[in-house]
Design a protein around this ligand. Structure first.
Ligand SMILES: *Cc1c(COP(=O)(O)O)cnc(C)c1O
Length: 422
């Protein structure tokens, strides 16, 4: 079969708009609430809190801003009364390793030191065994940040129990997993502080925006105050603490409000995409990003695949470039991504693990056995791989997962991938 390049690019994940979004934008214009306040902001807070199942939701300019304020709330709770310039100054914080850097950077904004916890094979999320080992190495740690990768929940019960047993707090970064459930419960409710995002490529979008989800009214009020420059209740601009310009705009809130009505529809379409890839890869040395069917229902935000160990051709990645040698019957993420791109279909490498990033080169990285950097050659890890994150990065890739991609287009994408293994 002769495959022609797609005329219109097939995207990884682009915004999918309906009509309600515009109606809420018009409403904001009609009432002239074209600012960081108005009905859309108030309503999106109610909608998100009731959908996800937390008492309060605070509408912010981004998921990263929500993570930043979560770090500040956690820091204050861990050091009551102390008013350090930065809430986590000098404190080590355990966090997911295979994730977007927005999970981790807010720790550093507040002076914390990320310690990366290796990944498990069942969901590609934080390994509870590695987390246990990390607490044995650093019993003083009091904060953990866990992300749900590509819309698949982490082993949240296990992680939450380990965190609580060690008297620590948990921040759940559910930026990618809005609408996913773990044991029937929505993600974004397992942490002491939880975060979702409405960035342009997420399962639903506001064009930008994010939310902090919490159980305490005091926390919600504090976050709202910090997000609006920390104004005190005075007739003039009175300030007792550092403020931020992090509030969500009423226009963005209107788009997100309209999108929320389509969240379940988006999830169903994403799931169909995942299932079609799974079916299409049956006779290929490829498997999909895994989840535990008995325990979780992901939102299937991104469909990803990992190539079997014996079918990887030679591939080398430097800091900015990648090279590979084509081999018959084998392939690698670089070859598949370059080939898809030639046909005008967009994929992406797996998030490069944080412990491999130059910016975090000196931060500790822990697996179930202990320190996982620079082990001797004689080291045989318990789980068969010293660095699961690096392995998934090496062999895995994100596939076109746009819900406007038709089944026919997806069949062509699958054919293109098959061609890489010829
Ligand atoms: C997108 C994302 C964020 C950040 O959200 P923004 O709204 O883009 O700031 C944080 N964590 C993860 C895992 C994400 O994918």
């Amino acid at each position: 079969m002769e495959i022609k390049a797609f005329e219109k690019r097939v995207f990884l994940a682009s915004p999918t708009m309906h009509k309600e979004e515009l109606e809420y934008i018009h409403d904001a214009f009609d009432k002239n609430w074209v600012t960081t306040a108005g009905d859309n902001v108030n309503e999106i807070e109610k909608i998100a809190a009731s959908y996800v199942g937390t008492k309060y939701a605070v509408a912010l300019s981004s998921g990263t801003a929500a993570l930043h304020l979560a770090m500040k709330l956690a820091g204050e709770r861990l050091n009551p009364g102390a008013k350090p310039a930065r809430a986590l100054e000098g404190m080590k914080v355990f966090c997911s390793d295979v994730t977007f850097d927005a999970t981790v950077n807010p720790i550093v904004y507040e002076g914390g030191v990320p310690v990366f916890i290796d990944t498990e094979r069942d969901t590609w999320n934080m390994d509870p065994e590695a987390l246990k080992t990390a607490f044995s190495l650093y019993p003083e740690v009091k904060l953990v940040v866990v992300a749900n990768l590509y819309g698949t929940p982490a082993k949240l019960d296990e992680i939450k129990k380990i965190v609580k047993d060690n008297g620590a707090l948990l921040i759940e970064d559910a930026a990618e997993s809005l609408g996913a459930t773990y044991k029937g419960v929505q993600t974004g409710t397992f942490g002491d502080y939880n975060v979702i995002s409405f960035n342009g490529n997420k399962i639903i979008t506001g064009s930008a925006g994010g939310m902090l989800l919490v159980e305490s009214e005091e926390d919600a009020d504090k976050a709202r105050k910090w997000s609006t420059q920390s104004r005190e209740a005075a007739a003039w601009y009175q300030h007792e603490e550092l403020g931020y310009n992090y509030r969500m705009s009423n226009i963005i809130a209107g788009i997100a409000r309209g999108q929320f009505k389509h969240l379940e529809e988006h999830i169903a379409l994403k799931k169909a995409i995942y299932e079609r890839y799974k079916e299409g890869f049956k006779n290929l040395p490829l498997s999909m990003n895994p989840y535990i069917e008995a325990e979780m229902e992901p939102n299937f935000w991104l469909s990803c695949a990992i190539i079997d160990k014996d079918y990887i051709c030679k591939q080398v990645r430097g800091e900015k470039e990648a090279l590979y040698i084509s081999e018959s019957g084998k392939s690698c993420p670089t070859e598949i991504l370059e080939t898809m791109n030639k046909y005008n279909a967009e994929g992406r490498p797996i998030w490069k693990p944080m412990h491999m990033q130059p910016i975090y080169m000196n931060n500790a990285f822990i697996n179930a056995d202990g320190y996982a950097r620079a082990r001797s050659n004689a080291y045989i890890p318990r789980n068969g791989c010293a660095d699961v994150g690096a392995d998934i990065f090496e062999r895995g890739l994100c596939l076109p997962s746009d819900i406007k991609m038709t089944a026919e287009q997806q069949e062509i994408v699958i054919e293109i991938i098959k061609g890489c293994f010829k």
